[in-house]
Write a protein that binds this ligand. Structure first.
Ligand code: 5AD
Ligand code: SF4
Length: 469
């Protein structure tokens, strides 16, 4: 059985002492931070930790970059265009730095774990002074102290060591929270850079996860999303003493926890036990984000996904049998190396057959160091673009079909936000199965549960009316 290592309490205490020592001056100078997050929920969660440290160090959150004294980009490297966008964004900050020479500009996140990237950026952008990767968040105070002392640093230690518990965090709402259950990924899908940058899979201890959830519900949070690159392989290495279905059962009775979400799921590990847990636990939401990537078996094999189209469809139908109101969302890549017209049409037919509530669709983007980037039969960009368009058109039609099913539907909605439209205030929120609905109401209902009936289905959204607040 594998055991994970953890950052020691003493090490964390030292960092907190550094934070506290810095905070007096930072507060006195009334300094502000601005953190911009790119990419997935993992990064959103990491940014909460960074913002937690910054608050502890005495910074306040700025409304925009222009009024900030510290700007940090938390980056993603899953697809190439993110990289190009980041370079533009950083270049544009030079003017702000010229106007405010004391300003600190930093870059962190997955992209910084790519080979030589940190060094390259420090060289290319003299106005950047703080660079760090995904596995050193527990050392943030020490890193910032060095930068405040005039150093320029890049800390990107390999992502395969210890788990850090009890880091500070600043969450941006009182309703819903992300909870990491594992870090890294061991799947090595042939197109994907994540295992190289986020390191191998490590599962947190069930007690630590449960304690975090208890403290969240104590503070009024009622909805949590368990996060991992592949939550279904939680504990597969034996290090946690339980598997994902057990974890769902273990946390589901936390008092005050109304909704448990989780993402992402990998079809190869979503087993009958997990399906039974979804069906039987009252607060596990009836939504599965189940990336399929392709509907063609040959392409799935080349992607190293380790399931077939038939297996994927069997999970969908089994879950629908157990949980009739379940909704599926997915991720799909078009134009993977070797994808023929016929292979692509298998993806279309799968999308037609499943009827996803929503799909996140991507043109394949070669990532340096991955197996797929070295494959020979790369697909021309123009073909990828055409296929993406065809797929998006099909999914748009399926979304409408899915929406139409909901007319007359009545259920509980957790209110997430409101749009003031002239006289009228429109609230929006999700049913437990992830369908979003808009309805008239008042701001006071934010973060509360209300019963909403769907009256109209638009192309992209549902409209409804409250029948009980
Ligand atoms: N090119 C295109 N899309 C990718 N994804 C991951 N790697 C790549 C890539 N190289 C997509 C997958 C994954 C989602 C998070 O991003 O669909 O599920
Ligand atoms: Fe990437 Fe595959 Fe791991 Fe998801 S499961 S993070 S796609 S390697």
């Amino acid at each position: 059985m594998k055991t994970n290592s953890f950052i020691s309490e003493q090490e964390l205490t030292e960092q907190k002492q550094i934070a506290s020592a810095l905070s007096q001056e930072i507060r006195a100078r009334n300094l502000k931070f601005f953190v911009e997050t790119f990419g997935c929920q993992m990064n959103v969660r990491d940014s909460e930790t960074i913002k937690g440290w910054l608050s502890l160090i005495g910074y306040q959150e700025a409304a925009d970059k222009e009024t900030a004294d510290l700007i940090l980009f938390n980056t993603c490297c899953v697809r190439e265009h993110a990289e190009k966008r980041l370079m533009g964004n950083i270049g544009a900050l030079k003017e702000l730095k010229d106007a405010n020479p004391g300003m600190i500009i930093g870059i962190c996140g997955c992209m910084m774990q790519q080979q030589d990237m940190a060094k390259k950026l420090l060289k290319r952008f003299p106005h950047v002074s703080l660079i760090f990767g995904t596995n050193v968040l527990h050392r943030f105070p020490e890193m910032l102290r060095a930068v405040l002392n005039g150093e320029r640093i890049a800390v990107t230690d390999r992502a395969d060591d210890a788990i850090a518990e009890d880091l500070p965090k600043l969450r941006d709402n009182e309703r819903s929270a992300f909870v990491n259950i594992m870090y890294g990924c061991d799947n090595y899908c042939s197109y994907c850079i994540v295992p190289y940058v986020r390191g191998h899979e490590r599962s947190r201890k069930p007690e630590d996860i449960r304690n975090e959830i208890v403290s969240l519900t104590d503070s009024g949070i009622t909805e949590i999303t368990l996060l991992g690159q592949n939550v279904n392989s939680y504990g597969n290495d034996g290090s946690a003493g339980m598997r994902f279905a057990d974890l769902l059962r273990y946390v589901s009775d936390v008092p005050g926890l109304k909704r448990i979400r989780f993402m992402s799921s990998h079809p190869k590990d979503l087993n009958e036990d997990v399906m039974q847990a979804i069906a039987s636990l009252g607060n596990v939401c009836h939504h599965v984000h189940l990336p399929v990537q392709s509907g063609n078996n040959e392409i799935l094999k080349r992607m190293n996904r380790r399931y077939t189209r038939e297996h994927y469809l069997s999970i969908v139908s089994r879950l629908r049998e157990l949980v009739p109101d379940i909704e599926f969302t997915t991720d799909i890549i078009v134009g993977f190396p070797g994808e023929t017209e016929e292979a692509f049409s298998d993806t279309l037919s799968l999308v037609e057959e499943v009827g996803f509530a929503a799909a996140f669709t991507f043109a394949y983007s070669p990532r340096l160091g991955t197996v797929a980037a070295r494959m020979e039969d790369q697909i021309p960009e123009s073909v990828k673009k055409q296929r993406l368009k065809a797929l998006n058109e099909l999914q748009a039609r399926k979304t409408v079909e899915n929406n139409l099913k909901y007319i007359g539907h009545i259920g509980e909605v957790l209110v997430e936000g409101c749009d003031e439209r002239g006289e009228e205030t429109m609230l929006y929120g999700k049913y437990q199965n992830f369908k979003m609905v808009y309805f008239p109401g008042c701001k006071e209902l934010l973060n509360r549960y209300v019963t909403v009936k769907v009256t109209k289905a638009n192309k992209n959204s549902l409209l409804g009316e409250m029948i009980d607040a």
